[in-house]
Design a protein around this ligand. Sequence first.
Ligand code: SUG
Length: 449
Amino acid sequence: MPATEINYDGLVGPTHHYGGLSPGNLASQRHAHQASRPRQAAIEGLDKARFLRSLGVAQAIIPPQHRPDIDTLRRVGFTGRDHEVLANARREDRSLLACAASASAMWAANAATVSPGADTHDGRVHFTPANLVSQFHRSLEAPATARTLRALFPDDAHFAHHLPLPASMRFRDEGAANHTRLTGAVGEPGVELFVFGRDIDDRTSHRPRRFPARQTLDASRAVARAHGLHPQRTLFAQQNPAAIDAGAFHNDVVAVGHEHVMLYHEHAFVETPTLTTQLRSAYRRLTQRDPLLIEVPHAEVSLPDAIGSYLFNSQLVTLPDGAMALVCPAECRERPLTHRYLERLEARGDNPIAQVHFVRVRQSMENGGGPACLRLRVVLTDEQRAAAHQGVMLTDELDGKLRAWVERHYREHLSPDDLADPRLLEESRQALDELTTLLDLPGLYDFQR
Ligand code: SUG
């Protein structure tokens, strides 16, 4: 059945800032409390989406969430009118204010796990919004993400929406950032690979010592079960604790897969040979062909280099002529080792990666989010695509309107002190209110009801 992989990019919200909120995410820690540039962040995201469209990739956007999240600040005990709630939070606990103001929903790879209809028991596209419970600021996203996904994929005949997994340590879930699909071609069934950081029962002895493992095996299994995936085409693999401790808080920082290709770091997984054997045989059973598993040796690109450059957080996409392009963060070009590796990969001729491109998403990168973090891949048949909400599909016209909207509403700079500014709350509301008209999503936000 004809199908398309659509990249739904998280549109950066007006409160983008550096809160230092994610332990284990080195960039977030490094840039903590620096001034941010929300307008630049949003434009960089739109530039990336425009560039991908120029390569022939279908693009849509996921609207930002409403921040600062006053309701959450009230739930944790701050009282008064909105501006008092903000001022009290700033006085008593700045980190809570930073959490409530985080624009972290921009990293759409953490919005949900998505299984295309070709993989699920009932032929519908299944969505499980990630509960993101391992980081407080990110856990705030789940309810609004669930509502947004229902608005973007509204027809029960085509789309199945699950609740986020129970909000407990046992079911820590970070969505598509720990989920890869290998398939013969878009629209065909695939092998779904779920990568977890920790088995909560410690049925294995591997676990990170320095930084949190943000995905559990129980969560991955629960999502696979809920989506009705075929057991023979579903694999679970553990992330190497050494990778987590080196700063790979999600698997998409050390591996990327698309169609029949997976590019991964030598130290990405525990027991890599077992995993690659399982992947090959599941893939072969499904397609009668071999997948192309490209292991990047530590000797060529060290784990710190991979994490520093976000080499694996690149987007691997199919071009209209069937070849592939790897769209990397500009940081990969700035580091001689990764740049040289990419030049060799492009020139090698033993893989379909015919083009390597670099995009600049600096503001997101400084919080630990590269190009691949900013998008959620959704494979839709033509019929499903027609049933999806059309207002968020990127066209030249919508792109132009969004740029003008960003210029009108976003601040150029934001410092940690600005987060309690009641005018920022008002500006964000106005911006989002107008956005719902641009995207034809009336009443998306609570404050509009
Ligand atoms: O969850 N950063 C995000 C980055 C997410 C990247 N996503 C993927 N790898 N798919 C995180 O750690 C930092 C926010 C701050 O510190 O202000 C943050 O949430």
